[in-house]
Ligand binder design. Structure first.
Ligand code: NAD
Length: 261
């Protein structure tokens, strides 16, 4: 008689994900989604108090999460945050580089400070976070990196800095895919179109339009005839983080309700 094959038991140690800029908006929805997918999640944000609140919401929903205050463009803060995640949740093998800011202006009015601030958060931030986390991914022989790009990467009036940073995120992603693939790590980018968050609310305010009118005007240009929700983006991130996406790397997925919004 042959021995019975033991039943497969689920892995008792959940994978650990870091989501930056996760205190609110797309990052918070992504952190909640990844927690629902079964990962332990570190909610990292400049806004420490709100990051902790988001982590508490996830815990109340039955997930495992911690909130950490850190500026992703600060190398020492990044190192400390990743170390804290490793010691409190376990080695992080999933990284979502979502933290972002806008400093929109037409080129002739754009200050050096506004150029640098956008490059620092999106590009330097993603670089520092990824460099710190890849050590854990390479050790584990498995990893997932998802970077937030944008339809603005294709060019957008008033966003020379942001468009350059978001196009840069795509080149960064493809290079990570090439360098880290042999260690079991995939890297992909999600490029949202118009999503209703504090970021787009601030844009409406800056140009002096009520948010409802702003959304209505944007929706006219969106083929699926609705605006995007943070959860729409979180679902795409969730796919790239999944086991099923292991042969998908270096890709950019536009989540825009159409070819571009
Ligand atoms: P949001 O402003 O609501 O959230 C961004 C979060 O990033 C905030 O919680 C903020 O505190 C945090 N953050 C900013 N600078 C940081 C830093 N230096 N270190 C750590 N955290 C920092 O914006 P959102 O709309 O949720 O955007 C999330 C991402 O999606 C951004 O990368 C954004 O560029 C991108 N995106 C958004 C849209 C959209 O329509 N909302 C479209 C395309 C791409």
């Amino acid at each position: 008689m042959t021995a019975a094959i033991p039943a497969l038991t689920p892995d008792p140690t959940p994978r650990v994900a870091i989501v930056t800029g996760a205190a609110r908006g797309i990052g918070a929805a992504t952190a909640r989604r990844l927690a629902a997918d079964g990962y332990a999640v570190a909610v990292v944000d400049l806004l420490e108090e709100q990051a902790v609140e988001t982590a508490e919401t996830i815990a109340a929903e039955g997930g495992r999460a911690i909130g950490i205050g850190a500026d992703v463009s600060d190398a020492a803060a990044v190192a400390a945050a990743v170390e804290r995640v490793a010691s409190e949740l376990g080695a992080p093998t999933i990284l979502v580089n979502n933290a972002g800011i806008l400093r929109d202006n037409l080129l002739f009015k754009m200050s050096e400070t506004d150029w640098d601030a956008v490059m620092d958060v999106h590009l330097r931030g993603a670089f520092l976070m990824t460099r710190a986390v890849q050590a854990h991914q390479v050790d584990a022989g498995w990893g997932r990196i998802v970077n937030l790009s944008s339809t603005s990467a294709l060019g957008n009036r008033g966003q020379a800095n942001y468009a350059a940073a978001k196009a840069g995120m795509q080149g960064f992603t493809k290079t990570l895919a090439i360098e880290l693939g042999r260690y079991g790590v995939t890297a992909n980018a999600v490029a949202p179109g118009f999503i209703e968050t504090d970021m787009t609310k601030a844009t409406a305010e800056r140009i002096g339009v009520g948010f409802d009118d702003f959304v209505a005007a944007m929706v006219k240009e969106i083929p699926v005839a609705r605006s995007g929700r943070p959860e729409d983006v979180a679902a795409a991130v969730s796919y790239f983080c999944s086991e099923d996406a292991g042969f998908v790397s270096g890709q950019v997925l536009y989540v825009a309700g159409g070819p571009r919004a």
